[in-house]
Design a protein around this ligand. Structure first.
Ligand SMILES: C[S@@+](CC[C@H](N)C(=O)[O-])C[C@H]1O[C@@H](n2cnc3c(N)ncnc32)[C@H](O)[C@@H]1O
Length: 276
């Protein structure tokens, strides 16, 4: 059932990842559990958390979250691995310990990479409790459970201190809390909080920075695919009317019918392997 991710040398549930993650999940104790699910507030654009009933079928949330896809994304994983390696080496070169915080660890993949790259300590938090439980089992089966401290909490609830979740602030943050719009999963508030409360001032963050691109295009077919609708509340009262038109400084002739959006991550400050 275990296999090796080529060149990363991490034993993981890869070839049968989907099946394996779910079979682990099936063994998790479900009784009396509080389940949080994410929901997008369409007005503010922010991500909020809903507490669900204990019988809520969270397997659907796990399936939609595409954890297996992330395990299979070799390009992404290699770039995270390389950037982590550089960050940990840099801390050691500067005579410091490499204390890694992995926010939103999911399956634990990035934390396992940090251990394999020689991190001195790894703390991993995961807000989605069923996934955190799953992660504990994955770490045990990969023989690294004693090297990674899993905390089933949202990062913004972590406490640093002798009696807290982490004895001291971390000096490397690794995280992948990005969605298709980059910052739609509440990434900005997560980073902001981490810098203020969980990280040392001279920390290294993987990824280091990001750029969002948007391209206005003329394409009647695309325009039909994704029409913006007026926003109404549950009683169908109009909350926000879709603007008929917007003013821009025009630099080319044509009709603006759709916007393509994409982003890229600068994984580290030195060799800048891009993840697009
Ligand atoms: C895109 S997945 C990444 C999983 C894993 N790190 C990887 O790269 O394969 C993001 C995970 O972060 C969790 N998450 C998002 N924001 C979080 C936060 N502020 N604190 C803890 N977990 C968070 C989500 O529940 C989800 O499991």
């Amino acid at each position: 059932m275990y296999s090796i991710i080529p060149r990363l040398n991490i034993s993981f549930l890869v070839l049968t990842a989907k099946k394996s993650v779910f079979s682990v999940l099936n063994t998790i104790e479900l009784n009396k559990m509080q389940v949080f699910t994410q929901k997008r507030n369409p007005i503010t654009g922010s991500t909020e958390w809903d507490v669900q009933h204990e019988d809520y079928d969270y397997h659907q949330e796990i399936a939609r979250s595409a954890f297996a896809d992330m395990l299979h994304d070799t390009e992404r994983n290699k770039k995270y691995h390389r950037a982590l390696q550089l960050a940990i080496e840099k801390m050691h070169r500067n005579g410091k310990k490499a204390n890694v915080l992995d926010i939103g660890t999911g399956t634990g993949l990035l934390s396992i990479m940090a251990v394999k790259c020689g991190a001195d300590s790894v703390t991993a938090c995961e807000a989605f409790k069923p996934m955190a439980d799953c992660c504990v089992k994955i770490l045990q089966r990969n023989g690294v459970a004693d090297k990674i401290k899993i905390i089933p909490k949202r990062s913004t609830d972590l406490i640093v201190g002798d009696d807290g979740d982490m004895p001291e602030r971390a000096n490397i943050l690794v995280t992948e809390v990005f969605d298709t719009e980059l910052i739609g999963e509440g990434a900005l508030s997560t980073f902001d909080h981490a810098h203020k409360h969980l990280l040392e001032e001279d920390c290294i963050v993987v990824p280091d920075s990001a750029v969002i691109y948007a391209q206005v295009v003329e394409c009647p077919m695309l325009q039909k695919w994704n029409k913006l609708n007026d926003l109404v509340d549950e009683d169908l009262n109009l909350i926000l009317r879709t603007p008929e038109s917007q003013k821009f400084t025009v630099t080319a002739t044509g009709k603006a019918q759709a916007v393509f959006m994409w982003w890229e991550l600068n994984m580290d400050t030195e060799v800048t392997p891009m993840l697009i």
